[in-house]
Design a protein. Sequence first.
Length: 452
Amino acid sequence: MALRALRRSHSRLDRFKLTKKPFIRRTLLADEGIATAVREHTREFGGDERSAWRRVEEYIDEIVPFFNILAYYKVGLVVSRVVLKFFYKVSAEYAGHSSREMLPRDAIVIYLMNHRSNADYVLVGYVLSGQVAISYAVGEWARSFPLEYIFKSFGAYFVRRKYREKLYHTVLERYVQLITRNGVTQGIFLEGGLSKDGKLGKAKIGLLDYVIGVARDPEMRSRLHVVPVAINYDRVLEDRSLIRELDAREGGTRPARRTQLMEVLRYVWWNAARLLARRWKRYGRAAVVIGEPFALEPWLDAQDREVGNLFGVDRAERLARVQRLSDTVMDRIAAIIPVTSVTLACAAIQSFDGDFISHSQLIARISEMRDVLRELNARIVYSEGSVDEIFDRAWRMLAMRRILVRVGDGYSVLEGNRALVSYYANSISHLLGPFSEGVKQRDRLPALAAGL
């Protein structure tokens, strides 16, 4: 049944994903790099090596998944298709040629992505399901029953994002390099966590550095390829929570757990009532753009020409170079971020200083911004239609969430929801660049002239 489901998906399955966990466990326990880390850990913190090895075994059990074909292809893909289409209208496109057309058969592929929502795991896995079963690095948030079992059966491995112990990171590094050498396709969220303000964050380099480490073997160099992936939504399910986290980080007060629980219950009750009353509407579009693949070998060769041997320089120098590579990939992701109806409408709203915006002004501003984005070859979701149709889709979403209200012949942002408008506008602010500030300055000129 599992193999039939795999064949129907037309997907490529990395054989090493079927390797049993006990074999991977034995391989890591016999790894000389881990043995060296155990000895260093014992010298630094005391105790005996036996207790350090027990610690290593705990880390291995925590990190290593147990991929199940039936769970992934017969259950996971069916459920993800139903859930995604229930909440969103899903769109996916290539920014150039598909990776299937361009990559050699023995390529080791790393998908590097921005991170908007925890739904990204499901969305990208579903979009790529016709090509490959992708393995993710998943944070601590999913280490609870039944999420941990589900993610591990889908081939995801777990990462302690802020845990600094060297022994743990050696085990994680050797596992990541083991699956990389054996051709497992991986997905890494470069920002390391969800964007709190909607903007693209700074690239983190930990996992990518581990992956690149396999290039110490000359035979691995030509096989490593990176595919940038850009994700955006008309509605991020966690948007209000993320904004509150940002506010708390900047000195605000975090709501009590009881308050957060009541908000979740109200959300569930409200949507269940809408469903029963047959008034349910999807949350707009979830869009994915898959960028042009590129080989890492030219970059590795360039580093060797500059420093002699990338893996022979001190760690700080190597990480600085990997950081520059990660920043370059983030620039590629930024260039192909999909522009959805809500993000475009919110960018237009944010470009006005006043609380009230007339309908004609807003439509004109959306049209201007769309023209600018087209000139920049931005990935606008063209299937949304004309400017009026784009705004109509955005208006339904913003009105349903009580972010925007109609006032006479125009609109006003409800008090307290300006941060949500900024959150969605920020996702494409890097594309519009100085244009948004320029139109603000232009709008102020008549008022300045009248004052003179």
